[in-house]
Design a protein around this ligand. Structure first.
Ligand SMILES: NC(=O)C1=CN([C@@H]2O[C@H](COP(=O)(O)OP(=O)(O)OC[C@H]3O[C@@H](n4cnc5c(N)ncnc54)[C@H](O)[C@@H]3O)[C@@H](O)[C@H]2O)C=CC1
Ligand SMILES: O=C(O)C(=O)COP(=O)(O)O
Length: 416
């Protein structure tokens, strides 16, 4: 496909999406607007009027109402792992592909959690604060090695498994709980239930996605099932833990400490004013959602997600999308135009489309469906059939008109 496919494409990048992404978009000829923060909803709504691509991280909530109000939007890039901040159903219904980076920051999160396990076991947060206040407090009571202790991992996915390997290398016993049956790494062992894990682990760490099932997964009842003096770590999503119940457990001494990186409500930008019931709790490490915030992770994510978006914009390839069917065709060097047609997945649509195309020479075509959405990609030869002797624009224009008459059409793009 020619650079003309990219011409006029506007990308709105928020939340300080890495410079690697900005550079690769600009190098491809895309007009980029880059913001270091998340935008207030009204400003975001206005900017989405003209954007073809929006790039966000974990903070920006792309609701059904915002998506419905974004007439030109073709693709959403989540420059992070989580996609819970996007209404994926609304995006699919509008034929908008959503991409993320499924594992580029997993190692960064796992390393942070290792640091936190030791920090909590040695009460480093409290000692550090005391020293900065000029207080020398040399104690060994309730300070422990991590060797031989049991780490309970809830959610044994990309991050949970990385952590499992690192923790075992440091002499910990690893147990895990996951809703899926998964292969244990090393000597790690699954537990029969979440309660079983909570009652056996010295350190419980959460690595589940935000879903209706994980909301308040750890509340008062679950905290009460944890061992006396155990530690809780949450670097998944803020909604997974009942923060008030956790603060009570910490202040009463039922738990020995906690490390929390994510919160039910997070500020839109850096600066003072952070409020939480966890502030000033004993042996409690609070970090501002920095689990994936390393130079390595951010540049890898910038490259990975921008490449996926560029492939989708320039060739229609949806490989790696989290919500639309995965479709791709290799170009064969001939003069073609590519038709990309997203439609409702009901019987008879392909028949109607093929009727429209009957006088053209179809080089290749592929159609995949995912739930209610189907995605058709096809290449038409410009050197044969109806297209012969016509310009790309003429062929594209008439096809666009005809395809718009197919009632199940959601979105059509024609690349030449
Ligand atoms: N603090 C930070 O900066 C970061 C936070 N995250 C968060 O961490 C989450 C996990 O990341 P990954 O390990 O990459 O995800 P993943 O999808 O590879 O693994 C998640 C695991 O949780 C399991 N799971 C789902 N629901 C469960 C439940 N109710 N109980 C037990 N297990 C359940 C899944 O079966 C899966 O094995 C992300 O969804 C994201 O929200 C991710 C990266 C950075
Ligand atoms: O990757 C994720 O899901 C994260 O939570 C990291 O989010 P961030 O890119 O730091 O806003």
């Amino acid at each position: 496909m020619s650079p003309a496919t990219i011409k006029g494409i506007r990308a709105l990048l928020l939340e300080n999406v890495n410079a690697a992404a900005v550079e690769s978009f600009r190098a491809a000829g895309i007009d980029v607007e880059h913001h270091t923060k998340a935008l207030p909803e009204a400003e975001l709504r206005e900017k989405l009027q003209t954007a073809h691509i929006v790039g966000i991280r974990s903070k920006t909530q792309l609701t059904a109402s915002l998506i419905a109000d974004a007439p030109n939007l073709i693709a959403i890039g989540c420059f992070c792992i989580g996609t819970n901040q996007v209404d994926l159903e609304a995006a699919s219904a509008a034929g908008i592909a959503v991409f993320n980076s499924p594992f580029s920051n997993s190692r960064s999160v796992a390393e942070l959690v290792i640091a936190e396990i030791i920090t909590l076991s040695r009460q480093l947060g409290d000692r550090n604060r005391e020293m900065h206040q000029g207080v020398w407090n040399k104690v060994s009571a309730q300070c422990y090695e991590i060797r031989g202790k049991t780490l309970g991992i809830v959610g044994y996915g990309h991050i949970g498994t990385q952590l499992s390997v690192l923790a075992e290398a440091m002499g910990m016993h690893v147990i895990f709980y996951d809703v899926l049956q998964l292969m244990p790494l090393g000597a790690a062992r699954p537990t029969a239930s979440l309660n079983d894990l909570l009652s056996r682990a010295d350190v419980v760490t959460l690595h589940v996605p935000e879903t209706p099932e994980t909301r308040s997964l750890i509340g008062k009842d679950q905290l009460e099932k944890m061992r006396p003096g155990a530690f809780l770590i949450n670097a998944s999503r803020g909604t997974v833990v009942d923060i008030d119940a956790l603060a009570v457990a910490l202040r009463s001494g039922a738990l020995g400490g906690a490390a929390v990186d994510v919160y039910p409500k997070e500020p839109r930008s850096n600066g003072p004013g952070f409020e939480s019931a966890l502030r000033d709790c004993p042996n409690t490490i609070l970090t501002p959602h920095i689990g994936g915030s390393t130079e390595e992770a951010q540049s890898a994510i910038g490259i990975e997600v921008s490449s996926a978006l560029l492939r989708f914009i320039s060739r229609g390839s949806s490989l790696g999308a989290v919500n639309v069917p995965e479709v791709d065709l290799r170009a064969n060097g001939k003069r073609i135009i590519r038709v990309l047609h997203m439609h409702n997945n009901v019987p008879g649509v392909l028949g109607r489309i093929n009727e429209i195309l009957s006088s053209f020479n179809v080089e290749k075509q592929i159609c995949e469906s995912r739930g209610a959405l189907a995605y058709l990609m096809l290449d038409l030869s410009l050197d044969a059939g109806e297209a012969q002797g016509k310009t790309d624009d003429e062929v594209a224009g008439s096809l666009r008109q005809e395809l718009a008459k197919v009632p199940e059409t959601i979105k059509t793009r024609i690349l030449s």
